[in-house]
Design a protein around this ligand. Structure first.
Ligand code: GPP
Ligand code: MG
Length: 286
């Protein structure tokens, strides 16, 4: 059990406490059932074309095949994120900000062989991910911390790479990138995959984007704010990829699965009307 002082330091605001409560209670089949497919549990969405051949065959078992396919697409998203982290070797350290049940951190450790640290304000997620690290026999290399990504407690210049895999919409981007820039080594790489709203569509979020915010208790930022906050903190974009078209098949498949959570139509509307993008941004620390 974490003591009250630690809880107060990590959960600095009532908003953060409510977000932590959401994730401490979360047991959504769309995350648990998918995670059980391979034992790697993700808290992000998928990209890439659906393999319709994989879904063909008898009606019996079709839903399970859809779940496997959704999991494959989420794995492809994580691998795409890792592709952006630059050359990394076993001597490097990397940081997963908003690490959920640990999926992206484990895939990163498998690929690069380096030490990965993850952090979450949900004690339950931290405990789950550390349990997985022990089961996988990598707890000497992959560790998860009950910490706030706005105050990560690591010394300056620690990490060669940092990422947020769909977790920036819970925090102020200026504070976040200031803290990331502090612990990134000069020349280190920052990568985020995020949902952001389209400033060109309007200065405020659309109805569908507001529905997504309400569903997850988050605050989706406009696209412009990512670049302004990076620029203000010495993070220089090197690559931007609009993944919107690549994520729509995932959402269409999810909408017809037994594990649909009810938020699928809002994502499909927001993406298709152009008020929302699924974006990858990679930046270097200067
Ligand atoms: C997915 O987590 C990500 C978020 C909750 C943040 C919001 C992301 C945006 C791109 C707006 P999850 O895998 O736990 O969600 P779900 O339960 O819906 O699969
Ligand atoms: Mg999910």
């Amino acid at each position: 059990m974490i003591d009250i002082d630690t809880q107060t330091a990590v959960l600095a605001t009532r908003y953060q406490k409510s977000v932590a409560e959401y994730w401490n209670e979360e047991e959504a089949p769309v995350n648990i059932r998918l995670g059980e497919v391979s034992g790697t549990f993700h808290h992000h969405y998928g990209i890439g074309a659906v393999d319709h051949a994989a879904l063909e065959g008898p009606a019996e078992g079709r839903d399970e095949r859809i779940i496997q396919e959704l999991h494959r697409l989420e794995g492809a998203q994580a691998e795409f994120l890792l592709d952006q982290l630059g050359p990394l070797g076993p001597q490097d350290r990397i940081l997963d900000a908003g690490s959920g049940r640990g999926g992206t951190s484990f895939l990163a450790n498998l690929r690069f062989g380096c030490r990965a640290d993850g952090m979450s304000i949900s004690q339950k997620q931290v405990d789950f991910a550390n349990g997985q690290a022990r089961e996988r026999g990598v707890d000497d290399k992959v560790a998860f911390h009950f910490r706030n990504m706005l105050d990560n407690q690591f010394p300056a210049n620690t990490f060669q790479a940092i990422w947020n895999n769909e977790s920036t919409m819970y925090v102020d981007l200026y504070q976040l990138f200031a803290e990331h820039a502090r612990v990134l080594k000069p020349g280190g790489r920052y990568v985020t995959i995020t949902g952001c709203y389209n400033d060109v569509h309007g200065r405020q979020p659309s109805r569908a984007v507001s529905q997504i915010d309400a569903h997850y208790i988050c605050d989706i930022h406009p696209r412009s704010e990512y670049f302004a906050a990076m620029s203000a903190n010495g993070l220089l974009p090197i690559s931007v990829v609009d993944l919107t078209a690549a994520t729509i098949p995932y959402w269409e498949l999810r909408a017809e699965s037994s594990v649909a959570s009810g938020i699928e139509d809002a994502f499909l509307t927001a993406y298709k009307e152009g008020s929302f993008h699924y974006l990858m941004i990679a930046a270097d620390k200067i």
